[in-house]
Design a protein around this ligand. Structure first.
Ligand code: ACO
Length: 319
């Protein structure tokens, strides 16, 4: 039994926030941001746009690409750090809004690694026969967690959503999720966290980050996760057709590619125009590369991410 990736979809809010605009709010410049991160612009959700709205549009686009309807979906996992409400799960709202009247729906919280964790979770449900067709969504209104006076974080993040439809198939002919690797190390909590929450402060809080330390952890652990996902599948990393990384910083993408000897032309990069959209970034990049014709049926794709927790992981998928 394999979890076959039938289709992807995404959604970006209309409002573009440029580096030049940020330079009017905090002491920074377009030149500094581009040189240190590769980010030129990011999208910001409208005040009446919620994470579930972004998630629903991405999910509908993925269902269309997968040629699946509401009646087919019996599992929804929404990876998000920015739920509409503390409860119920954003996934429950997505389920109702899409007219899906069967199966389970829940949120998963692994910050920027959320989509990889959600993909691995859905894969386990499908392979065990506990669901047949899953919507795996990464959706964030991360702009609402930002301290707009902290130049070390507010320049990095943006809003968006991406989704895939996974279906359990018995005769998948090598297609589908081949291996996944997930890891959390809670000892590195203080490198990247939000300084508020229901139980500790009764507030929402803002993102706090030791950027240069996260950077070093990211290059090391992402590289190791990619090699581990390949080793678990007994696949050489040289045979991977496309790398779809979490879009945090172009220098992290380049650092990992250098470390593993990967051709940069095989690395899908959307960070310049999306910024870091946390759990949405991997499916947004995946959908971008499918739609522009780079990723095709039969290609071997390696996705990876690292985020708060710290959490990190990788997933190897044959399209
Ligand atoms: N504009 C101008 N100067 C800035 C800015 C800014 N936006 N932000 C920081 N600086 C300054 C700092 O204050 C510091 O000044 P000082 O030397 O006078 O003290 C100087 O730049 C160097 O600071 P560093 O933090 O060492 O700069 P670095 O080159 O590491 O770049 C950055 C900072 C872009 C945050 C980088 O560390 C980074 O991208 N880290 C990864 C973090 C990340 O992506 N987190 C997202 C979640 S986890 C993930 O997705 C992987």
């Amino acid at each position: 039994m394999r979890s076959v990736l039938l289709g992807a979809g995404s959604y970006l809010p209309k409002r573009v926030l440029t580096n030049a605009e940020l330079a009017q709010r905090v002491d920074t410049s377009d030149e500094w941001i581009v040189e240190r991160t590769g980010i030129r612009e990011r999208r910001i959700a409208a005040s009446d746009e919620k994470t579930s709205d972004l998630a629903c549009t991405a999910a509908l686009n993925a269902m269309k690409a997968a040629e699946r309807e509401a009646k087919d979906i019996d599992l929804i996992i929404v990876a998000t750090t920015t739920p509409d409400l503390t409860f119920p799960a954003t996934a429950a709202r997505v389920q109702a809004a899409l007219g899906i009247n069967q199966g389970a729906a829940f949120d998963l919280q692994a910050v920027c690694s959320g989509f990889i964790f959600a993909l691995a979770t859905a894969d386990n449900f499908l392979v065990r026969g506990q669901a047949k067709t899953a919507l795996v969504i990464g959706a964030e209104t991360f702009s609402r967690l930002l301290d707009w006076e902290d130049r070390g974080t507010c320049i990095l993040f943006g809003d968006g959503a991406g989704a895939v439809v996974l279906e359990a198939q018995e005769d998948a002919r090598e297609r589908g999720v081949i291996s996944t690797f997930l890891r959390t190390d809670g000892r590195m909590h203080d490198l990247l966290y939000v300084d508020g929450g229901v139980s500790e402060t009764g507030t929402i809080g803002k993102v706090r980050m030791v950027g240069n330390a996260v950077f070093r952890q990211a290059v090391e652990h992402i590289s190791a996760a990619m090699l581990e996902a390949c080793a678990r599948a007994d696949v050489s990393i040289d045979t991977v057709d496309w790398f779809v990384p979490h879009q945090a910083n172009q220098r992290i993408l380049d650092g990992v590619a250098r470390r593993l000897g990967i051709d940069v032309d095989k690395v899908v990069s959307t960070v310049g125009v999306h910024g870091n959209t946390s759990a949405a970034s991997v499916p947004l990049a995946l959908d971008t590369a499918i739609r522009d014709g780079r990723i095709k049926a039969g290609d071997l794709v390696l996705m990876e991410a690292l985020g708060g927790g710290l959490t990190w992981g990788a997933a190897l998928v044959r399209m």
